[in-house]
Ligand binder design. Structure first.
Ligand SMILES: Nc1ncnc2c1ncn2[C@@H]1O[C@H](COP(=O)(O)OP(=O)(O)O)[C@@H](O)[C@H]1O
Ligand SMILES: [Mg+2]
Length: 269
């Protein structure tokens, strides 16, 4: 069996930090001096709809330019780097609505995540050389292993578009892990998932991330998922971080209770 991709991320711990980041869309100040840092392991970023969580991810991955502030990926300022260069530097993300290539098979979608690791050249050339063929086989094995961890090995040959939304989200997480990135941003990975898909997601992430140096940041309304997985949680409200600490600290923080529990956040409304 191929080595778990997350375990191949090396000894250096992944980390991501937003330093005093502000973003405005017209007169809408969406992020207002966000300073936040996460390191290896599972980290949660929570807050009500419209708080700016996805915008934090968009700034990190290079889709939105901040009006001020910077993002550091593994300690390095990524200002000025394109989304593609940030991805090459070790950043992977998923989207609230999964973005798979629906006409390709589930396995092919995960293989897309491994593209960066082709040492022997582009896929098309890969098939004509023995070393490259071996490499392609290894990457396919690794991708199958990832699918297995999420209970999707039986769907490997199916068109991605034929899967339920929940299964597509699992495939997207598998594809992000296949990139062997050091920092993984997951935007509402469990939203819309059935209870069994959610537990497949949590179990798969546990197996693949625990004991590695991967830094995973999860935006999620499912507080139970956040509290069970994450050792560090930050709370964003109206573009500002109002609390950061262990799950226990967050749950007891009056500002968080006032901002969410009263607004029905704890029940995922
Ligand atoms: N590209 C954009 N253009 C204009 N407004 C945006 C854009 N992206 C996000 N917003 C606005 O920024 C605010 C925060 O959005 P978002 O980061 O998606 O919040 P969250 O993910 O916490 O629900 C919302 O008011 C949203 O309408
Ligand atoms: Mg969002």
């Amino acid at each position: 069996m191929a080595e778990s991709p997350a375990k191949g991320t090396g000894d250096v711990g992944g980390s991501i930090a937003w330093d005093d980041v502000s973003v405005a869309f017209g007169s809408n100040q969406v992020l207002d001096g966000v300073s936040l840092s996460f390191s290896s392991g599972f980290n949660g970023l929570i807050g009500p709809n419209g708080a700016g969580k996805t915008t934090c991810f968009n700034v990190a991955s290079g889709f939105v330019a901040p009006s001020s502030g910077q993002v550091r990926l593994n300690g390095t300022d990524v200002r000025g780097l394109s989304a593609v260069k940030r991805s090459r530097a070790g950043l992977a993300r998923t989207f609230q609505t999964p973005r798979l290539v629906l006409e390709m098979t589930v396995l092919e979608n995960v293989l897309v995540g491994t593209e960066r690791q082709h040492r022997a050249g582009h896929v098309r050339e890969v098939l004509s050389f023995p070393r490259a063929r071996r490499e392609a086989r290894e990457l396919a094995d690794m991708s199958m292993d990832l699918l297995r961890r999420f209970g999707l090995e039986g769907a490997a040959g199916q068109r991605a578009g034929s899967l339920s939304l929940g299964s597509q989200k699992l495939v997207e997480v598998a594809r992000a892990l296949a990139t062997q990135s050091t920092v993984l941003l997951l935007d509402e990975p469990a939203a819309g998932l059935s209870a069994s898909d959610t537990s497949a997601m949590v179990d798969g992430l546990h197996q693949l991330v625990e004991g590695t140096s991967l830094c995973v940041v999860i935006v999620e309304h499912d507080l139970q998922l956040i509290m069970s997985l994450c050792s560090s949680v930050a709370v964003l409200d109206f573009g500002r971080i109002i609390s950061q600490g262990t799950p226990e600290m967050i749950l007891q923080d009056k500002a968080v209770v006032d901002a969410y529990l009263g607004a029905g956040f704890a029940t995922g409304d």
